[in-house]
Design a protein. Structure first.
Length: 632
């Protein structure tokens, strides 16, 4: 049942009172002195680089790292740049084979006759991003950290079972959140030592990180019990005389983060609800602030290898209420056989994209989950083992600092897609998706949203063909699990060249946007493979409101680049369409570019997307579009 706009407290507050979104902020960190502080065997200087750091024989079991202090960033909680910067654009221009498109969905587009055509004004708005002044989440934080192993006997199993892992903690008297990491398989032995650079990085920002060993599973401990027993012990609740006291007793807040990588991602997906709703009666419920997945594995693991099995597991808990925020990270050339995303006929791809799309898929105007997805073109020797790479550390850190510790300064690297200085070398080889916890949806094809006023889709008389409610699961190259607007642009005929080629969201009445709304956002990506005669290249889009103001996507971010051809390639069928490629990214446009003044209310009858731009240098393309919304 779809809620009325008036049923939403956020809608009432935003549109009736005109109040801006209230960012959640936290006060200064509390401190607690641990009765048995972790001993520090030695002190050493640790210099971080872009390389993966693994333990060596010469490295002590416990390490304290001292870094020059960065400026305290508490003062930046309310100050952030408004929108993204971007690196140099790289066009993809290799030729592609011909493909035949099949459309079984009805055409739901109303065409506008030439006589009623009203082009958007070509008046351009220029945008200059604010320079970043403050911490770079790709750099180590200002806190020293210690590192040690831990072990304990679980309370729910015989004494022969032994659990444990590796700890990376911030200073001994610090008080902060617990980050749990479920590890991948096959990345080195022991797996709990293969997350050293990530663990140290997070600890340097005030997080207590526990990398969980899975050795207890081979001793007969149930998967669901491993996570709960680890939480129970680290909080100091397991008082068995056979165990040493938890080194984190009295140092943990009630906030928990769960990270899962590959096979550990599957464990995290199936068990993240146990943080808030434990099944073991002696385990205290905690607050799961964030779920983070790195290329989670799906098949051929029993009970999780098909989409229907995944949905059964997913529906066993309430994702939108069990967790506050979600981050997924995947790399382009990941060829792990359990996580690269091979699709089954009539089902969506099983990958990180699926989980991202699943969060917030409810009949609510306002979702309860803030979510991010980072898709990186990275040519590492082992693309699946990216847990210690610079981009993983940077985005995980920014995400947790914003969503767990309330440091809104770091929002710019997620919501606004500002590139951290340490990641500028990646250029535009990072695709980001983001969705806000509080949003006003214009069009979302999964639920036929028409909010806050009804809308229709219109196209120019020639050059544009659009199919609404296109199921991405039927697209053999799409990693998404959502219905989209499938758009085809062809300007090769004389009639299509007679005027602009555009698509428009037309509102039944003028849409009034208060000054408290800051951004217009949508997801878009070029389709793969190329249309017959299309030159694969990055393309620009002009976005216009009916008040005559418009902006190019390249002015606020980058052009919509052509999909990378080897994305999610199946090693056995290299070069074929089975490799998934047509990924969308979120574009975030400041509404200030369409307003007469910063605090001026904005009214528009429609939002138009124009493709016939001289700068494009192309006449054909296909696009997937979805998630048109406004954010505060």
């Amino acid at each position: 049942m779809i809620r009325k706009p008036s049923d939403s407290p956020f809608f009432r507050r935003l549109f009736s009172d005109g109040l801006a979104r209230a960012d959640r902020e936290t006060g200064p960190m509390q401190s607690a002195t641990h009765p048995n502080p972790v001993p520090c065997v030695t002190t050493a200087t640790y210099q971080d680089t872009d390389e993966t750091h693994l333990p060596s024989a010469s490295m002590p079991a416990s390490l304290t790292r001292q870094e020059p202090a960065l400026p305290n960033f508490d003062w930046m909680q309310n100050g952030r740049p408004d929108v993204a910067t971007s690196g140099p654009l790289m066009n993809v221009s290799s030729a592609r084979s011909t493909a035949t498109y099949r459309h079984d969905h009805p055409l739901l587009i109303r065409r506008i006759s030439r006589g009623s055509h009203s082009s958007a004004s070509k008046a351009e708005s220029s945008y200059h991003p604010t320079q970043i002044i403050g911490p770079d989440p790709g750099e180590l934080g200002q806190l020293p950290f210690s590192e040690q192993s831990f072990a304990f006997r679980p309370q729910s199993s015989p004494l022969l079972v032994k659990c444990g892992g590796q700890l990376y903690t911030s200073p001994q008297n610090s008080f902060g959140p617990l980050v749990l990491i479920h590890t991948a398989d096959g990345i080195g032995f022991p797996a709990s030592l293969q997350y050293q650079s990530l663990g140290r990085h997070l600890a340097s920002y005030g997080f207590h990180v526990a990398v969980i060993s899975k050795s207890a599973l081979s001793q007969g401990l149930a998967e669901a019990s491993l996570l709960q027993e680890t939480v129970h012990y680290l909080y100091g609740d397991n008082t068995s005389p056979f165990n040493l006291p938890s080194p984190l007793k009295g140092r943990l807040s009630n906030d928990v983060v769960l990270i899962g990588h590959s096979a550990g991602g599957r464990l995290a997906i199936q068990g993240f609800n146990l943080i808030k709703n434990p099944s073991l009666p002696f385990v205290t419920p905690r607050k799961l602030r964030s779920l983070v997945l790195y290329a989670p594995a799906f098949s051929p693991i029993p009970h999780f290898s098909t989409f229907s099995e995944f949905m059964k597991s997913w529906n066993a808990h309430s994702p939108d209420s069990d967790v506050d925020s979600f981050l997924g990270i995947h790399v382009v050339q990941d060829r792990d056989p359990h996580a690269y995303g091979k699709k089954q006929t009539g089902e969506p791809m099983m990958s990180t994209f699926l989980v991202y799309d699943m969060f917030g898929r409810n009949d609510q105007w306002v979702t309860g989950v803030e979510k991010d997805m980072v898709f990186v073109q990275w040519m590492g020797a082992k693309p699946h083992a990216f847990q210690n790479e610079l981009f993983t550390r940077a985005y995980t850190t920014a995400f947790l600092l914003k969503n767990v510790l309330g440091q809104t300064y770091f929002e710019q690297f997620l919501k606004n897609q500002v590139r951290p200085p340490s990641l500028l070398k990646f250029g535009d080889n990072i695709w980001q998706q983001h969705d806000e916890r509080q949003r006003i949806i214009v069009l979302d094809f999964d639920h036929d949203y028409n909010f806050p006023v009804t809308s229709t889709i219109e196209t120019s008389p020639h050059g544009i063909a659009a199919f609404a409610k296109y199921e991405s699961k039927w697209d053999s190259t799409s990693p998404h699990f959502s219905k989209v607007l499938k758009l085809f642009w062809d300007r090769t005929t004389m009639t299509s060249q007679a005027g602009d080629n555009w698509l428009r969201i037309k509102f039944s009445s003028a849409l009034s946007l208060p000054a408290s709304l800051k951004y217009f956002t949508f997801r878009i990506g070029q389709g793969f493979p190329a249309m017959l005669g299309q030159v694969p290249m990055a393309l620009d889009v002009r976005v216009a409101f009916s008040n005559g103001k418009s902006v190019l996507l390249s002015q606020v971010s980058t052009k919509v680049r052509y999909p990378i051809e080897f994305s999610f390639e199946d090693p056995e069928v290299e070069g074929t369409a089975i490799g998934t490629k047509s990924a969308m990214r979120t574009y975030v446009i400041p509404l200030s570019l369409f307003r007469a003044g910063l605090q001026t209310p904005l009214s528009t009858d429609w939002i138009q997307f124009t493709l016939s731009l001289p700068a494009n240098g192309n006449n054909k393309a296909s696009f997937n579009m979805d998630s048109f919304a406004f954010w505060a």
